[in-house]
Every structure is written in C-alpha cells, then in structure tokens.
Design a protein around this ligand. Structure first.
Ligand SMILES: [Zn+2]
Length: 217
C-alpha cells in the first residue's frame, strides 16, 4: 500500500478500502494517521500524530498516551452521532468515508481531508488526515488583540472553536480571531465549534440543533 501515491492521485477524494495495514509503512507518511480496531479503539498512531500533538501544545495526546483508548472519547458530545454514524457506515458497507474540516494555527489557515478506510482482512480501520490547504490567514479573518476581561467567562474559561480557533466573547455571541490566544491561552480553554464551522462543516448537525446552545464542552 502506498498512501502517498494514493492520496496524491485522489486529490482528497474518497480512497478505496485498504487490503492490508502495515504499521511500518505508515510511520514516515506526512499525513496524520491512526488505526482503530473494529470497536474503535486506537491501536496505532504514526510519527506525524506525535509531531502534530507536539506542535499544537497537546503533549498529553502523544501516542504513548492514547493507544488503547476509545477514539470516540475525544469527540465533542454534539458530534458523537456524526462520527459514530460515519464509523458505523464504514463497518457496515466496507466502503471508505471522507470529511473535510479546518484546524488552523495562529499564523496559517489549514484545511484537512479525513479519510476513513476499512481493512476487512484485519477488521481494522485506517484514519488518514491529509493537509489539503495551508496558507497565511487573509483579510477575511482580521486579528484582534486578546483581552481576558472580554473573552474569559465567569467560570474562568476561554471558549475556543476547535476548527477555526476563534474565541468567543464572554458576554455576546461574537467569535474573535485572537492569534495570541491560540499561541498561548491566558486561561484554561474549553473547546467546541463556532456557529460558522457548524454550518459549514456539519450542516446536518446544525439542522438537528435548531437553535440550541452552541457546541461547547
Ligand atoms: Zn469555527
């Protein structure tokens, strides 16, 4: 299996099911890759997983910490039906599934393709997160200076969108782009999804929510 060549040829489209998974072939792939067993427990992560965790301040997400844990334990509650439905579909149909999402850094807009590929021979699931778009943030996202007095809630938490990384103002439904908070948050962060990201990346979830409180956990 050559994920690199398959991904390059796919251009982010859905990839075919995997005939066999060899962990050693995944190690140096630039895509963030992990392998799940049929019960959705993480059984393997590649080097890019660790590198992404380190670069984004998530040392607790290193593979030594997450292998053996349920993949769904890191999914926000409101997206649980979305992702558990996707994995169930992959297991039921034996066909791959794809999703596109944003995960930006302080300086760069990043959009990833998530490909979920079943391996029916070993009853495992290969999950590949490939970087599809990366560029500096543009004028559509003007940065604002961070102000803990404006953005910290009464509980002392910052509400930040997991995808676009914007931060919600504590007293109004406005989400600001505060790169300095993404770089170094001045308070503990509660991650969720902002209304724009829910609408853009999860339109069915949005329809389901029908104006219920924003997704935060
Ligand atoms: Zn967002």
């Amino acid at each position: 299996m050559s994920l690199l060549s398959e991904r390059a040829a796919s251009g982010g489209r859905r990839l075919p099911p995997v005939p066999k998974i060899h962990f050693e072939d995944l190690e140096r792939d630039p895509a963030i890759i992990y392998v799940l067993d049929w019960d959705l427990r993480i059984v393997h992560c590649n080097l890019a997983w660790d590198q992404f965790a380190e670069a984004n301040g998530g040392a607790r997400w290193r593979r030594t910490h997450v292998i053996g844990t349920p993949a769904m334990s890191v999914v926000p509650p409101d997206l649980f039906p979305f992702y558990s439905g996707a994995f169930a579909q992959v297991r039921r149909t034996g066909e791959s599934w794809t999703h596109r999402y944003e995960c930006s850094s302080p300086g760069r807009l990043r959009v990833f393709h998530m490909n979920v590929l079943p391996c029916l021979e070993s009853n495992q699931i290969l999950v590949v997160h490939s970087l599809a778009v990366e560029r500096p943030h543009g004028p559509e996202r003007p940065p604002v200076p961070g102000d803990p007095g404006v953005h910290c809630g009464a509980d002392g938490l910052l509400r930040m969108c997991s995808h676009c990384r914007r931060t919600k103002r504590a007293s109004e439904p406005v989400w600001d782009w505060v790169p300095s908070f993404v770089e170094r948050a001045p308070a503990p962060v509660s991650h969720g999804l902002c209304p724009v990201c829910i609408m853009y990346y999860y339109p069915d979830v949005r329809a389901h929510r029908q104006g219920k409180p924003l997704l935060l956990h």
